[in-house]
Design a protein around this ligand. Structure first.
Ligand SMILES: *Cc1c(COP(=O)(O)O)cnc(C)c1O
Length: 538
């Protein structure tokens, strides 16, 4: 049914609900009464292919006349919500996106209700000091400076302890943007890369190429960053890491060789919790390497940074305090809704390398956050981080982090004890990888010659891929998959299941059920039989 087109009716949309019993009100009520019940009733209600969903969303003309909110809500419930992913399910253990604490639902409503824009004080007022405080708390967590430091810099118009942004990608871009503008900053007769451009900067500083050094496990956002910054993806020195982390000696050697060839290094990036396997690079040693190479040291702790809340495990990140910049995503292990990334700068002056002023806002001397953020208008997400920090407290976060790590260790044991699964990477934090492979094949594969080993692995890759896909399509549980180079299997990467234990509600029984389901799916595929009888097949 179509709504009447008149301004009088449209104004009502801005002021009050057209109808208290509308479908949207019902959805909202159900969500706030019992979100798990809502999700189990309305999300993934039936298996449907993506192609069929695409057919529902294929109209390309802008709707001509208005529609009742209630009708739209019904459409969303049936065609969008029903075919979305239940990220709250305790058996959804494949990605970093997870269940959220209930209070975020009400806070989200407050956030949208207020519609503040922290790009400038004129549209956010108290949200600006609040955001600075959140950045200060995380700066303190990482760099642990004295009170006097925070007294001076937390609310200073001429400094920034970090930048709040939509996620780890923008945080990494911001960090490298600052690094670039500092490396190619203004000097005698040169206005700096930001004004003069990259070409002039390279000419002025006599630079042939500027490179970025990281391990192959670095996040793909680093590639986007140096593409965007004009440095070029070909200047990305990504080192293999058969030992799962970036080897400091290898990094030093590669960095020196690059410099000896007449190039300059922009930054060395250490990852604190790689996206694929959760490993942590040896940050303390890498900080020394960066120092020796004379380049910026950035730590990408988008996922793993929250480990700093745990006194039991924070030592795994030791050396992070030596970084020039650190990326953290509150929408990962801090259980904040999506859109909460941060980059923290050790030196409060660093961000001045990208400071920007405009006449109508971000004026000289103003405390507008927008003068040092890449993004312009954005929402007051810092409120969600602030609320979470207060509601959980450091101790609460420690409990959540610790139990995820311990559950990952327990799951790793479970996999190792199971005859038909092979643990591929031990969890450092709460990510692990493994694969399904029949017991007989697992024992045999060690003894095979190189050529036959590669063949057996290729067959196992197909099996793992098929099982992962079938499990996802069945809709009861979800693990992701990736391809990894593993020392014992040589240079050819193998396909593995990847598990991220992010949902505190995931039980040991859930984990056991996931393995049981995977095995049950696997035995039905021909690759299972082929692997079991490969002697005869060869
Ligand atoms: C998730 C992640 C990113 C990217 O963060 P987004 O919030 O998805 O943009 C970058 N680095 C690492 C290590 C990550 O885990």
């Amino acid at each position: 049914m179509k709504a009447q087109v008149s301004l009088k009716h449209l104004f009502r949309v801005f002021t009050k609900p057209e109808d208290e019993d509308s479908a949207l009100t019902q959805i909202e009520k159900h969500l706030s009464d019992d979100i798990l019940d809502f999700l189990s009733q309305h999300v993934v209600t039936r298996p449907i292919s993506l192609e069929d969903i695409e057919k529902v969303f294929s109209a390309t003309s802008v709707p001509e006349s208005p529609e009742f909110v209630s009708d739209l809500a019904e459409h969303l419930r049936e065609d969008l919500v029903a075919h979305s992913v239940n990220t709250y399910s305790p058996k959804f253990i494949g990605h970093m996106t997870s269940a959220l604490p209930y209070f975020h639902l009400s806070l989200a409503k407050l956030l949208v209700g207020l519609n503040q824009n922290p790009v400038k004080i004129e549209t956010s007022k108290a949200f600006t000091p609040l955001e600075r405080q959140v950045l200060g708390m995380l700066h303190h967590l990482i760099f642990d400076q004295q009170d006097a430091f925070y007294d001076t810099y937390l609310h200073s118009a001429n400094h920034a302890l970090g930048a709040f942004c939509s996620g780890g990608t923008v945080a990494n871009i911001t960090a490298l943007w600052v690094a670039r503008n500092r490396r190619l900053g203004p000097s005698e007769g040169f206005s700096g890369v930001g004004r003069a451009g990259l070409h002039a900067a390279y000419r002025h500083y006599g630079i042939q190429n500027l490179g970025l050094l990281s391990s192959r496990r670095g996040h793909y956002s680093l590639g986007k960053a140096i593409d965007l910054l004009g440095i070029g993806r070909e200047q990305m020195l990504t080192l293999p890491c058969p030992g799962q982390t970036l080897d400091p000696e290898m990094a030093l050697k590669a960095g020196k060789a690059y410099q000896d060839a007449g190039n300059d290094l922009l930054a060395l990036v250490g990852v604190a919790g790689t996206t694929e396997t959760g490993h942590i690079d040896p940050l303390d040693e890498l900080a020394d390497v960066a120092k020796e190479l004379g380049c910026w040291f950035h730590v990408d702790a988008a996922w793993g940074g929250a480990t700093l809340f745990s006194t039991s495990y924070r030592d795994k990140l030791s050396g992070i305090e030596k970084a020039d910049s650190v990326t953290m995503d509150a929408h990962k292990q801090m259980y904040v809704p999506m859109g909460a990334g941060m980059v923290l700068f050790k030196q409060p002056e660093s961000a001045n390398a990208v400071r920007h002023h405009a006449q109508y806002i971000l004026r000289q001397g103003s405390k507008d956050l927008g003068s040092t953020t890449l993004e312009g208008s954005r929402n007051g997400m810092a409120m969600m981080v602030y609320a979470s920090l207060r509601i959980f407290g450091r101790q609460g976060y420690q409990l959540l982090i610790d139990q995820c790590i311990e559950k990952a260790q327990l799951f790793a044991d479970m996999i190792q004890r199971h005859p038909d699964f092979e643990l591929i990477t031990q969890p450092t934090l709460s990510i692990l990888t493994y694969r399904v492979i029949p017991e007989a094949a697992q024992q045999r594969i060690e003894t095979l010659c190189e050529e036959r080993k590669v063949r057996a692995n290729a067959l196992t890759d197909v099996l793992v891929r098929k099982v992962q896909k079938a499990q996802r399509e069945a809709g009861q549980s979800f693990v992701s998959r990736t391809r990894l180079e593993v020392a014992k299997y040589g240079d050819t990467p193998i396909t593995v299941f990847r598990v991220v234990l992010a949902n505190p509600m995931t039980s040991n029984a859930d984990l056991a059920a996931i393995l049981a389901e995977q095995r049950q799916i696997a035995v039905a595929f021909e690759e299972w039989d082929a692997l079991n009888t490969q002697d005869q097949a060869d």
